[in-house]
Structures are given as C-alpha cells and as structure tokens.
Design a protein around this ligand. Structure first.
Ligand code: TTP
Ligand code: MG
Ligand code: MG
Length: 407
C-alpha cells in the first residue's frame, strides 16, 4: 500500500538490489537464510557486502575482514563468486529491459529506468509497474530489490536507498526542497568525503544551508561543483536516462613517433582524426553531442577536455573546430605524445547539425563537407583534402591507428 499525491505523474525510477552478493548466496543455500552472511575476503581481505542481519552488528562494505569478524564473530564468510553475480545481475537487467528500453545500468545490481510514456503499454502507471517488478524479482530471481521513484535521477537514487531492504520510496516535486533541506551535503552526487570536509570547514553541513545561497556565490567558491550544489540542493536535475547503447563514444587517436608541442604539427593531425571520426559517424548514421579531446603529455599524463554542443553533430568540421578550440588552451609548450578526438552522448543522426541560423558560415562549411563527402565516395578518400592536411603527406596523417571506442 502506497499513497502519494504525485504517484501517477512520476516516472523516473532507480532500482537497486538488496545486499546483492549476500542475497544471491542465501538464495542458493537456504540454510543461511537467518544467519549473518558476509561475502568477501579474497586477495584484498575486505568485505564486499554483508546481509542485513550482519549489518545490525555493524558490518559494512569495504571494511577489513578482521574488523567485520570482530563485530560479528558468528558470521558465515563466503568468497565472492563473480560469475554467478554477473549472471544474476544480467537476469535482473533483462527483466528491466522488458519494462522499457530506457534502462541505464549504473553497476551490477542497479539501474535507472525512465518509464514515461509506458502507461498504455503496461496498462498501469509506473508506480504500479515498479511494485509488480519488485515482486517479480523476488519470485523469479529469488532476491529482493528496492525502488526509488521520483522526477529526476538524483532523487530517484536517493529514494531507492531510503527504505532498504525491500523498500519503495517516492520523492515528489512538492516535497523535494523540504526533504532535502534536512539532509547532509554528502547526499549530493559528487560530494565525497574530501569535498564534504571542505564544505564543513566553510560551515556548510546541510543541504538546507546550500538552498539559501546564491548560484554565483557557490560558483565563485567551488567552480562547476558549485553549480551542481546550487541545482541539486534545490532538486533541479536535468540529466536524462541514457539507455545503454552499443558504443558510448566514437573516437580516434594517434601516438606520435616523437613528442610534439607546436600547433603546426598538432592541428593537421587533429583535422585528420576529426575526419576519421566523422566518417565513422556518418557510416553508422549516428551523431554525438559532446566533443572530447584527449592528450597525453610526454610524461604520460592524460588530459581530457569535453565540450557539449547545442546540437549533436557528425560533421568533421564541427568536431575539428570544437577540438581545436580546446586544444589551443593546452598549447603552452607542453610536449604531447598522443592526441585523440571523439564524440560521446551519441544519438541517431536525425537531430544532428540543423542549419545554423546564428552561424551562417558553419552552415556553408557543412554544405561544403557534404560535397566533399560525395566526391570522396566517388573518387576515393584522397580525392579531396582540406588545407589543414593538404601537402603534408604522412606528417599530416595519424601515424599509428588507434580507434579506442569506449565500451
Ligand atoms: P551495493 O548496491 O552498493 O550494495 P548491496 O547491494 O550489497 O547492498 P544495498 O542493499 O545497500 O544495496 O553494491 C552491490 C554489490 O557490489 C554488493 O553486493 C557487493 C559489491 N560491492 C563491493 O564489492 N564492494 C563495495 O565496497 C560495495 C559498496 C559493493
Ligand atoms: Mg545494492
Ligand atoms: Mg548498487
């Protein structure tokens, strides 16, 4: 039984299995049902997870095993069986995907689900679909899960943790701000121990305190994290559920034979790599909204820079110019051994590169790129070169091919 004024409107859910590894072990050995169970040990000698009975004694994930056994000497300790957990995790995930394609897994035992627009399909609102789902997991998989239902990712995830195990919690728009005001700052996604300590030393302990602060003040103090504090403290979170697509990014990178630092050397390579990325996007009929520049310095430090575009793109020209803009800021004499460029936030190509009313020049370049593409399709890749790579022979081309698509 569940009552909530917004129950029929909320559709963003987070589902997380309860004491996952331990629950699987209890399922497979009913004699363990009422006993404290700790899964862990192995090489690192720490607790992976503990069942809720062991948690009563204070046992927690990541605790050294000897401490856990001091707290709960009667516990049954089981070595992790990762293969088994992976297959149970997969089974649960497939059940989620039967509810909606909009499933974004976060780890082996949890995922975000966007159930908006599924009411007709299921003949029931998301809340009821989720309650049935939790029951189905218990009956068919033999473990339990907790559900958080809200209007945004941040609060859905918070909600799923509120009433574990076998929880079902709802956080609606109306109560979001007052609910958050009493919570510690560490509840905010991205606020770890170190940052929470920084905030505490500035006198900020509760989210309610953040709610009274101006955005500009938070940003002046904490940079982009300040922006996040401002929004999340007020329950404002625009992140959408991103269904797990096959590839999460398309990118291309190259390692130089000798380390390079000058724009004359780096820019043509960036151009060639951008064209390669663009060609693959066009072939797959997809586009990316975030351009990612990757550099590795001579002393093997990796720098990645991202920029989100207004609209997704698959054009070499936009990828290149966005990358070039980011690259320019990094050119301070540092020698680089690797450069890469790519796009993430992949979508299908339908929404990509609308004619740009603001930047007419970019529209012209897009048209030119279309012409180049068709010439290349007819006469081969070398038929047309842009001035960036023209006449540079191998120097302007990536030397070693590496197309490390993130999985
Ligand atoms: P969690 O979902 O964080 O924890 P849990 O499912 O055990 O318990 P809860 O009911 O609070 O959700 O993690 C899922 C699994 O990941 C967990 O069963 C074991 C593993 N894990 C580790 O190996 N080490 C860790 O530090 C954590 C947090 C989890
Ligand atoms: Mg869990
Ligand atoms: Mg989890």
């Amino acid at each position: 039984m569940l009552r909530h004024a917004e129950l029929s409107e909320l559709s963003l859910a987070h589902i997380d299995c309860d004491a996952f590894y331990a629950a699987v072990e209890k399922r497979d050995n009913p004699a363990l049902r009422d006993r404290p169970v700790i899964v862990g040990g192995g090489k690192r000698g720490v607790v992976s997870t503990a069942c809720y009975i062991a948690r009563i004694h204070g046992v927690r994930s990541a605790m050294p095993m000897f401490k856990a056994l001091e707290a709960c000497p009667e516990a049954v300790v089981i070595k992790p069986n990762m293969e088994k957990y992976a297959s149970v995790g997969k089974q649960v995930r497939e059940m989620m995907q039967a509810l909606t394609p909009m499933v974004e897994p976060l780890s082996i035992d949890e995922a975000f689900l966007d159930l908006s627009g599924t009411e007709r399909l299921h003949g029931a609102p998301p809340a009821l679909v989720l309650a049935r789902f939790a029951r189905q997991v218990e009956q068919e998989v033999g473990i339990s899960a907790s559900v958080g239902l809200s209007y945004c990712k941040f609060l859905a995830k918070v909600a799923s943790d509120l009433n574990k195990p076998r929880g079902f919690s709802v956080i609606g728009k109306a109560e979001a701000v007052s609910f958050l005001s009493g919570q510690p700052v560490s509840l905010i996604w991205g606020v770890g121990k170190a940052f929470a300590a920084t905030l505490a030393s500035d006198g900020l302990r509760t989210i309610g305190q953040l709610q009274t602060m101006e955005r500009s003040e938070l940003m002046r103090r904490y940079g982009t994290m300040g922006d996040r504090l401002f929004h999340l403290s007020r329950g404002l979170d625009e992140r959408s559920v991103k269904a797990n697509s096959e590839a999460k990014s398309v990118s291309s990178e190259t390692t130089f034979n000798t380390d390079l630092s000058s724009p004359d050397d780096l820019v043509p390579v960036l151009r060639a790599l951008s064209e390669r990325v663009s060609a693959r996007l066009k072939k797959a009929d997809i586009a990316g909204r975030t351009v990612v520049l990757k550099l590795k310095t001579a002393d093997f430090r990796i720098r990645t820079r991202n920029r989100q575009l207004g609209d997704p793109t698959r054009l070499a020209d936009r990828i290149f110019h966005t990358g070039l803009d980011m690259l320019k800021r990094e050119l301070d004499g540092t020698r680089f051994r690797l450069i890469g460029i790519g796009v993430s936030d992949l979508t299908d190509a339908a929404k990509a590169d609308p004619p740009d009313l603001v930047d007419r020049l970019s529209h012209k370049r897009a048209m030119a790129e279309g012409a180049i593409d068709s010439l290349r399709a007819k006469f081969g890749k070398q038929a047309v070169e842009t001035g960036y790579t023209f006449g540079r022979g191998r120097a302007g081309q990536p030397q070693r091919d590496q197309d490390p698509d993130a999985s």
